[in-house]
Design a protein around this ligand. Sequence first.
Ligand code: COA
Ligand code: ZN
Length: 304
Amino acid sequence: MSTPQRVKICEVGPRDGLQNENVTVPADVKVRYIDLLSESGLQMIEATSFVSPKAIPQLADSAEVFRAIQKRPGVRYVVLCPNLRGLERAREAGADSIAVFTAASETFTKRNINMTIDESLRVFGKVIHEARAGGMWVRGYISTAFGCPYEGVVPIERVVQVTNALFELGCDEISIGDTIGVGVPTQVDALIPRLAQSVPLDRIALHFHDTRGTALANVHAALQHGVAIFDSSAGGLGGCPYAPGASGNLGTEDLLYMLHGMEIETGVDLANVRAASRFIAGALNHAPTSKTFLALEASSASTA
Ligand code: COA
Ligand code: ZN
């Protein structure tokens, strides 16, 4: 398997990033942030969630935000839906792409969505069926695929089983997440060939967190197996709820820097992503964690 020449990035800052920040960003600031990201050439942006506002108060304004963003042609704006109620709300707000989300470990699934994995697959079966009947595109997320904050090691067979189930339910793409940033490249080497036996690799995305500094090493390993879709967050937005103070999602700037340096195309302009990170940083109570972002800021400050 050769390294892909082109990679698709799913930008998760506005959802995964903002929901893990400890300040709630005003709706108009979210809208401007998403609009800035839309100008960068990204093909996919996870815009918000239609979940219970009690579960995720940071995204309680999802309908208002989703309606107000400028929908740029060629960009897919994905919203998370945990149940049929979420799907209905997403549809009312005008969404055409949704994501359902479960996990590879029971305790995390229970705490995140108050369901067992099997229950979640039953609920999502209905959500995916309805969504597809209405012409929507569907992404499936599997959290804790490389380790669980409550259960520790997660067996590969469990990840494969949940991936197969989501694929059979009709997901167009499945994003496999290292929710707590514990994964290492040998885990990627073991997982991807196993997944490729039952799900086409061009439907698989990987979602790494950089909590322990292994995210890019994991991306590099996945590239060697032909994976060509990665999730990341502008500025590295979103801390880790299980390790307060630690960094969360892989920064989009870091991913772009490495991919472009390896002469892998993304169609995304790093300068535009950096501008979006700079903008949103003004609404947060800490600096972005993306190393490339920080290096660029430092070098422009020293030459200014
Ligand atoms: N949108 C808005 N509100 C919703 C909703 C949705 N999609 N689904 C449920 N609710 C409301 C219910 O009306 C109820 O409100 P009430 O207490 O005022 O009556 C409340 O949320 C609880 O609903 P219930 O059906 O009893 O579900 P629950 O308490 O078992 O919670 C989820 C299940 C899935 C709704 C909730 O855990 C959730 O939204 N989780 C999302 C977590 C998340 O986004 N994690 C990050 C992604 S990895
Ligand atoms: Zn994440």
